[in-house]
Ligand binder design. Structure first.
Ligand code: CA
Length: 220
């Protein structure tokens, strides 16, 4: 019994995975390949991918948006549970990382549901607005450069429909957001965003200690 969120040691974390993780083989293979890359720490945890897929189902989402593709794990987790005519638009700057992603999306048979756009995300989000995509997305996941999060939020808030959900990854930043000695640009940007969201009347809010911290903001 506890009146606060439980802390997970390794034993309890492995138990959580053992009794709840249902990771499709295509995601297992993508995770294994990504683990060999130098930037492997940027991948979402499998239980977080599973949680996001559940959110997509709960929202009945047909259109998803992602800022920060990396090697495509979270995009694939979501695309696998979209209806066949569903679409996920995902944005990244790296041709190398997204080449890994594309291979696994093809392998999983969902590449036709995923629209990958390479280039700086703020420009791609503005282009979506210019294409008339305002108020059209059910779910958005923001997981890219931390100093860009606030811009991505303001643009994503125009792109998701009222009642749509925006999820922000890494909002606890390995604990650095609560460390007054951490004053680097990424930590400061996340801290400012967390403060802003807390007071932002445009959204309903919940911050979850899953993965590296995940904030859910539902557009009112
Ligand atoms: Ca992340």
């Amino acid at each position: 019994m506890s009146t606060r969120t439980i802390a997970l040691d390794d034993r309890l974390y492995h138990y959580l995975q053992a009794v709840s993780l249902r990771e499709p083989d295509v995601l297992v293979r993508l995770r294994a390949e990504t683990a060999r890359l130098p930037a492997a720490g940027m991948q979402v945890s499998p239980e977080q991918g599973q949680f996001m897929a559940l959110l997509v189902r709960l929202l009945g989402a047909r259109r998803c948006l992602e800022v920060g593709t990396f090697t495509g794990y979270s995009a694939l987790a979501c695309a696998l549970v979209l209806p066949p005519d569903g679409r996920l638009v995902t944005l990244d700057v790296s041709a190398d990382w997204t080449a890994v992603a594309r291979r696994h999306w093809l392998d999983a048979g969902v590449a036709d549901r995923i629209d990958l756009r390479l280039g700086p995300a703020a420009g791609s989000l503005a282009a979506l607005l210019a294409e008339g995509a305002a108020d059209s997305f059910d779910f958005a996941f923001i997981d890219a450069d931390k100093t860009g999060y606030d811009d991505y939020y303001e643009l994503a808030l125009q792109l998701v429909r009222p009642g749509g959900l925006i999820a922000f990854d890494n909002v606890l930043w390995s604990g650095r957001v609560a460390d007054p000695n951490a004053q680097d640009a990424d930590t400061s940007a996340l801290r400012a965003l967390n403060r802003k969201l807390h007071a932002d009347a445009r959204v309903d809010l919940s911050m979850l200690p899953i993965g590296d911290g995940l904030t859910l903001a539902r557009r009112r």
